[in-house]
Design a protein around this ligand. Structure first.
Ligand code: ZN
Length: 355
């Protein structure tokens, strides 16, 4: 994970290094010793892409973007069985679904559940290299989201159209009048009503959101925590609400190990990690998603623009060879609000266990 060095073999960690930091180097510059089998049509992960054509390409339209993962779908989930409960996954930005809940989504789709993906923003304020920033990054990330959703067997994908609030010293711009606000500025009820309308239309039994910390603290992720809780209240049929999260102590341990490998100037300040994600005992559900490693990897590979613009979680994780990938990403964690602290050995293993 150190720019300019070979990737260490056998050293795999699960952590989220998504915060922009000045002075970071692009993972796209690192030599890649592992061919990426999930995107054969591209000959490997897409690196810097100059000359990206601007223009809108929302979901449901022909995309000008070559999206190898959309053409070569690694799994073919069955058509949803209407007798099985429907699950709605609410996320802040394109790529969050790949990082946090992709295995759960693919597992449910493979079992015949109808899986719906709601993403509040197009992720246009996220990190990317200069060539991408000069183009319509939101349109590109929306197209990437469609490819990821296809890889996971998602039946319906909606982008709600709020502006990406950005993170760190350069927050996303305030949209001009007549446009939806930044997600972090939007009234919780305004967004929650829209989410609840989808829950009602889908008669959804499950809604996922984020933990109270918003994972690593992105303001849009904190907003999704509040919006998810409110939408679950507003829905005609109250869904089981699960907050996607991760065990904080494991992340801290992994990040501490990675930090030791990095030159001092690249080390991550672990202070904010002390309150990121969730305490281990607050996690109520752990989902074994080892059987969906290919789908998860394809979903990550679909978000090619996320591999630019700095040390990015996706840029690093996509380079993990497949056998290790299933091991490193073999679990996804959730917290159901209102349930008492739980012994890790007694966690629920199915998202519908408390239905
Ligand atoms: Zn995000």
């Amino acid at each position: 994970m150190v720019p300019g060095r070979r990737l260490p073999a056998g050293e795999v960690v699960d952590l989220h290094l998504d915060a922009p930091e000045t002075g970071q180097e692009a993972v796209g510059d690192v030599g890649d010793p592992h061919p990426v089998s999930a995107s054969p049509a591209s000959g490997g992960p897409r690196r810097r892409s100059p000359g990206w054509p601007p223009g809108r390409s929302g979901l449901g339209h022909a995309s000008p973007v070559p999206l190898p993962s959309l053409r070569r779908r690694p799994t073919s989930p069955p058509d949803p069985d209407p007798s099985l409960p429907t699950a709605v996954f609410l996320h802040a930005h394109p790529d969050d679904e790949a990082l946090l809940t992709a295995g759960t989504m693919a597992t449910l789709a493979a079992r015949g559940h109808r899986v719906v993906l709601l993403v509040a923003t197009a992720g246009e304020a996220g990190l990317a290299d200069a060539a991408l920033q000069a183009t319509d990054l939101g349109a590109r990330r929306t197209a990437e989201l469609a490819a990821s959703a296809a890889a996971l067997g998602v039946a319906r994908t909606e982008v709600l159209g709020y502006a990406d609030s950005g993170l760190g010293p350069e927050p996303g711009p305030v949209p001009p009048p007549g446009h939806l606000p930044r997600l972090a500025d939007a009234a919780v009820d305004d967004v929650a009503v829209r989410v609840a309308a989808v829950l009602d239309a889908e008669d959804a039994a499950l809604l996922t959101s984020y933990d109270a910390a918003g994972g690593y603290g992105h303001p849009d992720h904190v907003a999704i925590h509040r919006i998810g809780a409110r939408a679950a209240q507003l829905a005609a049929r109250t869904p089981v609400l699960l907050e996607a999260t991760a065990p904080r102590d494991r992340l801290l341990a992994a990040a501490t190990r990675v930090n030791r490998l990095l030159p001092r100037r690249h080390r991550v300040d672990l202070g904010p990690w002390q309150s990121a994600y969730s305490a281990t005992t607050d996690i109520t559900h752990v989902i074994d998603v080892r059987g969906q490693a290919r789908a998860r990897r394809a979903a990550m590979a679909a978000h090619a623009s996320q591999a630019t613009g700095g040390i990015r979680t996706l840029g690093v994780f996509r380079r993990i060879p497949s056998p290790l990938f299933g091991w490193a990403f073999g679990r996804e964690w959730y917290r159901q609000p209102g349930l008492p602290p739980r012994d890790p050995r007694d966690r629920y293993r199915d998202v519908f266990a408390t239905l």
